[in-house]
Design a protein around this ligand. Structure first.
Ligand SMILES: Cc1ncc(COP(=O)(O)OP(=O)(O)O)c(N)n1
Ligand code: TZP
Ligand code: MG
Length: 530
């Protein structure tokens, strides 16, 4: 592949391409480049899915989006009434117009209605290199209408997927791509992800939104080495038309901004979940599946531009609590430690700084917040409501002798996350009444990190979890040797573990976080199978 005098081989990884391409952009422009996604997809007249969803998603994520229209559909919230495929040579002309002129970072493909259109796209990608290709293998609309027939499957499998940096099928699409195999469980989704990966894409995300009988929406991400089970709460709403297009274009947008693949996927899932939650009651059209509001602005009575992401209990899965003493001992800054923990799989971060000056605490909070935000990971502040407010962190964690949850809620407002430490069922009940979002329960085991903290053991943890109306994270003396036991118990409401020394009183935060993440994944999936 050649473009602008730079040869970009398909065998280069996304990261290698990023380095080569960013130097090229600087050479060409001598200035800042604008993240740019090209959406190659069908038009949806109802504007919930397709090109329209991609444009709105990229706008919401601060990324420029150009468009190549492959088909024009007449559709609404009832279904697809008619499809008019754009002639292949005209698709080719659109691709040439965009790619020969503009610096596209990532191509996202959606509806590709014929083998000819797939081939035209692949030819264009051979002529004009881009950093990444995100393939949403659209086959059937959410209303059940066929958008790409079975004749295209072998071209997808043999020619398109090997070029993809990520492919994002739902269960039906994954099954169709794999010759109709039955996909009924999360274990089946893992198998499908592995089989699809063998067809050549660098990463696979099998979306489990249609999986029956699960409370959470579970997606399986596989990068050829590791599986990640990505959970988000299932939002009760009919306004889900266009979620697949939106997820894929948000992944493309985050990649265009420079995020690593897993981060892009996590951010995209959170974005879709936030938009669905925000839009769950809006009414557009008379059909059974409505569109949602990508820009979070249309709800009647709501005129605020910014709305924080809703709290997601699955964020408690691997909860990293900082300690500047430990990080100093190992010679690293707080920001570096937090960045490594997130890279290793931490799903939420709490700054717990007992002995720092307020001004330093605030500066650290702001720097860590920038890292957390860029990865879609919430940042909480321990004890200090003032620091949380001043830094605009995502919330606070308070104990039984800190600010009561009700007061914290009044000070912070409805959108911030509040966690409360509880050792007993009564405290858990109070936390719920006070408007907390989750409880931290422990110390489960003894620890040197917090002095004079009686342990409650696994039995105490089980008792509180079973009675709690809020999601729970376990804390206290948890490390690689016992995290599996804690998560493997499979008690109700227990969503994860919070750890300090097992991550930060170690030489290699990244490796320790990865190890703990893998152990938790294994324990939680085996407890679900019991
Ligand atoms: C997730 C989580 N759970 C419990 C605690 C302990 O909070 P607290 O009881 O207020 O004790 P300190 O951490 O402030 O010493 C926590 N920090 N995080
Ligand atoms: C803050 C806190 N609250 C209860 S135990 C504890 C300390 C947990 O630290 P570690 O994970 O190092 O045992
Ligand atoms: Mg406290």
């Amino acid at each position: 592949m050649a473009c602008g005098g730079v040869i970009l081989s398909n065998s280069l990884s996304f990261y290698q391409k990023r380095i080569v391409m960013s130097s090229r952009v600087q050479e060409k422009n001598g200035g800042a480049s604008i993240p740019h996604v090209l959406s190659v997809a069908g038009s949806d007249s109802g504007a919930g899915a397709g090109i329209q969803a991609d444009l709105k998603t990229c706008a919401a994520r601060g990324v420029y989006c150009s468009t190549v229209i492959t088909a024009v559909t007449a559709q609404n919230t009832v279904g697809v009434q008619s499809v008019h495929a754009v002639p292949e040579d005209f698709v080719a002309q659109q691709l040439k117009s965009v790619l020969s002129d503009m610096q596209v970072d990532v191509v996202k493909s959606g509806m590709l209605p014929s083998v000819g259109v797939v081939k035209v796209l692949l030819q264009s990608l051979a002529e004009f290199s881009v950093r990444a290709l995100v393939v949403d293998p659209v086959m059937v609309s959410t209303s059940g209408d066929v958008l790409a027939g079975p004749s295209i499957l072998s071209t997808f499998r043999e020619e398109l997927l090997p070029m993809a940096d990520i492919v994002t099928p739902n269960i039906k699409e994954a099954s169709a791509l794999l010759g109709g195999i039955r996909l009924e469980t999360v274990a089946d989704m893992r198998t499908a992800a592995e089989l699809l990966h063998a067809l050549g894409p660098r990463n696979v995300l099998v979306k489990g939104g249609d999986l029956p009988g699960s409370l959470d929406a579970v997606d399986i991400f596989f990068n050829g080495e590791h599986f990640y089970e990505l959970r988000s709460s299932r939002i009760k709403t009919h306004n889900t038309h266009g979620t697949g297009c939106t997820l894929a274009s948000c992944i493309a947008a985050e990649l265009a901004k420079g995020s690593p693949m897993l981060t892009a996927v996590r951010v995209a899932k959170r974005y879709v979940e936030t938009a669905l939650e925000y839009s769950k009651d809006i009414l557009i059209g008379n059909g059974i599946q409505g569109p949602f509001d990508h820009l979070l602005r249309l709800k009647s009575g709501s005129h605020s531009f910014h709305r924080k992401d809703a709290f997601n209990p699955s964020d408690l899965f691997l909860y990293a609590v900082t300690d500047s003493g430990m990080n100093k001992k190992w010679g690293r800054s707080m920001v570096d430690a937090v960045a490594e923990a997130i890279q290793g799989g931490a799903t939420i971060v709490q700054l717990r700084e007992k002995d720092v000056e307020t001004r330093d605490f605030l500066e650290t909070a702001k720097s860590c917040l920038a890292v957390c935000r860029s990865h879609g990971v919430p940042l909480l502040i321990n004890d200090r409501i003032d620091v949380a407010l001043a830094s605009d962190a995502d919330g606070v964690h308070v104990g039984q002798s800190d600010m009561p949850a009700t007061v914290a809620r009044t000070l912070l407002g409805p959108e911030k996350i509040i966690g409360v430490s509880c050792k007993t069922v009564e405290q858990a009940q109070q936390a719920w009444i006070g408007g907390a979002d989750y409880i931290g329960c422990g110390g489960v085991y003894s620890t040197n990190t917090k002095a004079n903290n009686p342990t409650i053991g696994l039995d105490g943890l089980k008792t509180v979890c079973s009675a709690s109306k809020l999601p729970v994270v376990a804390i206290g003396g948890i490390n690689a040797s016992n995290a599996g036991t804690v998560m493997g118990m499979g008690v109700p409401n227990l969503k994860g573990v919070a750890v300090v020394s097992a991550l930060f009183d170690r030489e290699n935060v990244l490796a320790e976080t990865k190890k703990l993440h893998a152990l938790l994944m294994e324990a939680s999936s085996s407890s679900k199978m019991q």
